[in-house]
Design a protein around this ligand. Structure first.
Ligand code: T5A
Length: 221
């Protein structure tokens, strides 16, 4: 593991399918950059060439696909790469790192959604990341039926998670809300059913409420 010198801030964006995570991660980065604040957007699964290979394994598996416990290990394998090679170096430079999904997605999808014991996922997280956590997590909350309708209007093809039953996505949503309730100092729940501009306002309000230095445009790098 690289050293844990952290000067920037690590913000994760979480939520179910079609909640608008990618849209809001990009918009937040643009707003902060306009204020002269150096940012970096990354995503999971992915974030490095190596982890993008793991993403392809996860999202386009052969045969019947992975056991949920195998998925946990693959997601954390990619996460170790993303944290070590992309996130931590950018934090050490003082950047605001915005990550589209992170460890809470594994708890929500593989834990609450697919019944891998939460304690087992937390043990893997501790072993893989050694206590590395986001400074702020924005949980974009949306009724799964609405989120899935958004992804379907974008593309007719569904990936292997999108095509799961609505009940699965409801468990994932409830999981994210429980994660937020368990960690109120780290997590902020944002109503993601609103128009994108309103969500962006709420996201920025949550970020500047947590990090006052980002409100006025003080350059972090
Ligand atoms: N996964 C991931 C796990 O199971 N465990 C894990 O540990 C991790 C890290 C990743 C999959 O991997 C699973 C979960 C996922 O299923 P992905 O391709 O990265 O797959 O897909 P998602 O992260 O789910 O991203 P999506 O593309 O589905 O949704 P986003 O990023 O939430 O939404 P976005 O911004 O792309 O927007 C979707 C559509 O909605 C519109 C956009 O224009 C776009 O068309 N939109 C809005 N429309 C109306 N109002 C708004 N407020 C809108 N915001 C966006």
């Amino acid at each position: 593991m690289p050293n844990r010198v952290r000067r920037g801030r690590f913000i994760t964006v979480e939520g179910g399918e079609g909640a608008g995570k990618s849209t809001q991660a990009a918009r937040l980065a643009e707003t902060l950059e306009r204020r002269g604040i150096a940012t970096l957007v990354t995503r999971e699964p992915g974030g490095t060439p190596e982890a993008e290979r793991i993403r392809a394994l996860l999202l386009d598996p052969v045969g019947a696909g992975w056991e949920a416990a195998t998925e946990v290990l693959l997601y954390f394998a990619g996460r170790v790469e993303n944290v070590a090679k992309t996130v931590e170096p950018a934090l050490a430079e003082g950047r605001i790192v915005i990550c589209d999904r992170f460890a809470d997605s594994t708890l929500a999808y593989q834990g609450y959604g697919a019944d891998v014991p939460l304690a087992a996922i937390r043990a893997v997280a501790d072993a893989a990341l050694g206590g590395f956590r986001p400074d702020l997590t924005l949980i974009l909350d949306i009724d799964p039926a609405l989120g899935l309708a958004r992804t379907r209007s974008r593309s007719a093809a569904s990936d292997r998670y999108e095509s799961r039953p609505l009940d699965y996505h409801r468990r994932v949503r409830d999981g994210f809300l429980e994660i937020a309730a368990d960690a109120p100092a780290r997590c902020v729940v944002v109503d993601a059913a609103q128009p994108a501009d309103r969500v962006a306002d709420a996201v920025l309000a949550a970020v500047t409420a947590r990090f006052a230095e980002l409100a006025g445009g003080t350059a972090s790098k």
